[in-house]
Design a protein around this ligand. Structure first.
Ligand SMILES: [Zn+2]
Length: 110
């Protein structure tokens, strides 16, 4: 099971890092929006940027969870809640292999 976890976490981490790279890539090819722009275009762009920032924040948070889960897998505490030290439910780990807190502690943090 440990090998599986490492593989799952490594794959998720690579996936997240690719998504973050896309979001943080220089947006120089947005299609010459700076030229002849009309009122409204800038607003739409700002909204687009905001949703990208939100997506980015979410990806960064998830990425941090995956890194933490990888560290836990390495030091043998994988599957143990960071908050209360109790085992994380197996079905939760199955759904979220990078979960580092049990549902109770996760809810408390949120
Ligand atoms: Zn807990």
């Amino acid at each position: 099971m440990t090998d599986d976890v490492h593989a799952v976490l490594a794959a998720k981490r690579a996936e997240l890092e690719a998504e973050i790279a896309v979001l943080t890539a220089p947006s120089g090819d947005l299609g010459g929006i700076g030229f002849g722009k009309r009122v409204g275009e800038g607003t739409a762009l700002a909204v687009e940027r905001l949703s990208q920032v939100a997506a980015h924040d979410r990806l960064r948070a998830l990425h941090a969870d995956v890194l933490r889960a990888q560290a836990k897998a390495d030091d043998g505490t994988y599957g143990v809640c960071d908050g209360c030290g109790e085992p994380i439910a197996a079905d939760r780990l199955e759904a979220l292999p990078w979960a580092t807190r049990c549902i109770t502690c996760q809810a408390r943090r949120a």
